[in-house]
Design a protein around this ligand. Structure first.
Ligand code: AMP
Length: 592
């Protein structure tokens, strides 16, 4: 992998052109390299007997899921030789947010993963600079966070990709160019306390508010969390800025020392007044642009399960474009968004052919044959398989991707969602995409009554018969003085959602194979608590995704706060009476 960090823009542009015109050749060369390098590993020996021929790879090597290769991975994690799966030594493991049979996945890795990530990030920088004019004139306020690592029985660290990157020499020795210039000191990114780190990130960003040209977090959910911290602590932040001194409760010495240097003990009355006046406005619509007026883009992955946060982010960001940056996983970096200013819902990613060897299984039609990256067809959907340089071969990632176009000859993919259906009661198979469509339609109904959906997640409840879909919603009043919650609105939301789900769902509902869809409105801050609880149980901060934490919602944490709104749209259609619980009194009690 070539290092392009120090290339000028023209050179980086040429690299991107070369990659995207020569997809087939680059992928074939990479597969050759992977097989030649690893032909002596125990795993490949089983199937290829020392050969590195592409034909034999296609014929003999099984397509696997995590469960299939877990025994090999576990042996390496337990301290046996890396050579079981990889000639280059495995140095660490990634904690994947996906689960396998209820157990967390750990995926092997080494510096080759970082090489690919650094390469893609450098190309992304080039693309962003090309499309977002003037972005290089300022700094990035990027809410990078480092999670805690644990160890495998063999002593290898288990962490998430971003934490590893932040602790690596790549980050330490990064070029001093605009893309790597941040408002926060490294110590804040590397700090060990989430609450302290977010507070310090915000403080440094506010002090340098006129220099910020880009704001970012890995996932859109992270940005929403940042806004919540700002909501909770802007008065204290202003007080620190006014006095030039950091709050006493920040105890991490790295954070304390580095942020104190940013503040410099210098009182800033005018700046504090300005921020105070913006934050005390009744409506926080467009607050990010008001606080950081030079901001030209907000970088956060807002596709797949993160698409649910787009409306919330749009509310706070005003007209600043939201750029979904990269598509990656613990198995491999996949690609970058080569059209960063497109609308979030139209975002696709160009897969980088020099990072891993990618294969695709058509989800429908075809004869089930596996297709190479260079052979995918426009408009078709596929399951993604990865073969990488660090020990995974023909592994199903679990994502469904759809070809939406081409950058030169390189296919661009939309991430449709996880291969595993999100909700299913009977023969229905509701995907993340469909559920999102339904929620987005219901969201319009909600908004027409001055409410905003902050976050949601879902659950197929089969504890009673017939089972039914439960959608958990956290809602907020749009303007601060709105105090009423109309139960009719929620009935309408249930109805709209059911009407949006697919034909199979309709069929099951009409035949009473599925019961009425239910919305459970949860307390203000519930999703934040969920995240905290999940992190306290060892989930990674940077990879956390709500929809994978279903068990938490039904645990005792929330049960006392739940109120069900049940609405049988099908009975209504048949003219039966509908029994509805009022949420108004509950809402007023819990919010005010
Ligand atoms: P993890 O292995 O925990 O990093 O999770 C990786 C998974 O996150 C991927 O397989 C996708 O399902 C999801 N993901 C990562 N990047 C994106 C993206 N840009 N858009 C949609 N989903 C993504």
């Amino acid at each position: 992998m070539i290092i392009i960090s120090y290339y000028n823009e023209e050179e980086k542009g040429k690299v991107l052109e070369d990659l995207t015109w020569n997809v087939k050749q680059i992928q074939d060369d990479l597969l050759k390299e992977i097989l030649t390098l690893n032909s002596g590993t125990e795993y490949l020996q089983n199937f290829l007997h020392g050969s590195s021929a592409k034909e034999l790879f296609k014929k003999n090597l099984p397509i696997v899921t995590y469960k299939d290769v877990k025994p090999y991975i576990d042996r390496v994690a337990n301290g046996e030789s890396s050579n079981i799966i990889s000639t280059l030594p495995i140095t660490n493991f990634f904690n994947s947010s996906g689960t396998s049979g209820g157990a967390n996945k750990i995926l092997p890795s080494n510096s080759k993963y970082l090489d690919g990530s650094a390469f893609s990030t450098d190309l992304l920088a080039h693309v962003i600079r090309k499309h977002v004019k003037g972005v290089e004139r300022g700094k990035g306020m990027l809410f990078f966070l480092t999670g805690h690592d644990t160890k495998t029985p063999g002593g290898f660290p288990i962490e998430d990709g971003i934490s590893w990157y932040l602790k690596s020499d790549y980050f330490k020795n990064r070029p001093s160019t605009w893309f790597y210039s941040y408002t926060s000191p490294d110590e804040v990114m590397l700090g060990s306390d989430l609450k302290e780190n977010l507070y310090c990130h915000l403080l440094c960003g506010l002090v340098q508010r006129d220099e910020v040209t880009r704001i970012g977090s890995t996932f859109a959910s992270g940005m929403v969390r940042v806004i919540k911290v700002l909501e909770d602590s802007w008065k204290e932040l202003c007080s620190n800025i006014r006095s030039g001194n950091l709050s006493e409760w920040i105890t991490d010495s790295g954070c304390r020392n580095s942020v104190s240097l940013v503040l410099g003990g210098q009182p800033r009355h005018k700046l504090s007044d300005e921020i105070e006046s913006i934050c005390s406005q009744k409506s926080w619509k467009g607050i990010m642009k008001k606080l950081w007026p030079q901001t030209l883009c907000i970088e956060a992955i807002a596709t797949g399960s993160m698409a649910q946060y787009v409306p919330t982010l749009k509310h706070y960001s005003g007209d600043v474009p939201l750029v979904s940056t990269i598509y990656a996983s613990s198995e491999s970096m996949f690609g970058i968004n080569t059209d960063p200013l497109c609308q979030p819902e139209n975002t696709s990613y160009t897969l980088m052919p020099n990072i891993s060897y990618f294969e695709f299984i058509p989800t429908e039609g075809g004869n089930g044959d596996v297709v190479d990256l260079a052979d995918v067809k426009l408009g078709c959907s596929y399951q993604l398989l990865v073969t990488n340089l660090w020990g995974l071969y023909r592994m199903r990632i679990g994502d469904i991707v759809k070809v939406t176009g081409f950058h030169n000859k390189a296919p661009k993919f939309r991430v449709i969602g996880r291969e595993n259906t999100l909700l299913s009661i009977d023969t229905d198979r509701t995907t993340e995409e469909y559920l999102l469509k339904a929620v987005n339609r219901a969201r319009l109904v909600l908004e027409s009554s001055d409410l905003r959906l902050v976050a949601f997640t879902s659950y197929a409840d089969i504890s009673s018969s017939p089972g039914h879909y439960v959608i958990y919603w956290e809602v907020k009043t749009k303007e601060e003085d709105m105090k009423e919650l109309d139960e009719k609105t929620f009935l309408e939301c249930c109805s709209v959602m059911e009407d949006t789900l697919d034909e199979e769902y309709m069929y099951c509902r009409a035949n009473e194979f599925i019961g009425p869809l239910e919305i459970r409105v949860v307390n203000d801050g519930t999703f934040d608590s969920l995240m905290n609880l999940s992190i306290s149980k060892g989930a990674s901060i940077t990879q956390y995704k709500y929809w994978r934490q279903m068990w938490l919602l039904d645990s005792s944490v929330l049960s006392e706060h739940l109120m069900c709104l049940s609405h049988d749209i099908w009975s209504k259609k048949r003219g039966r009476n509908v029994c509805v619980l009022s949420v108004l009194s509950w809402f007023l009690l819990t919010i005010f």
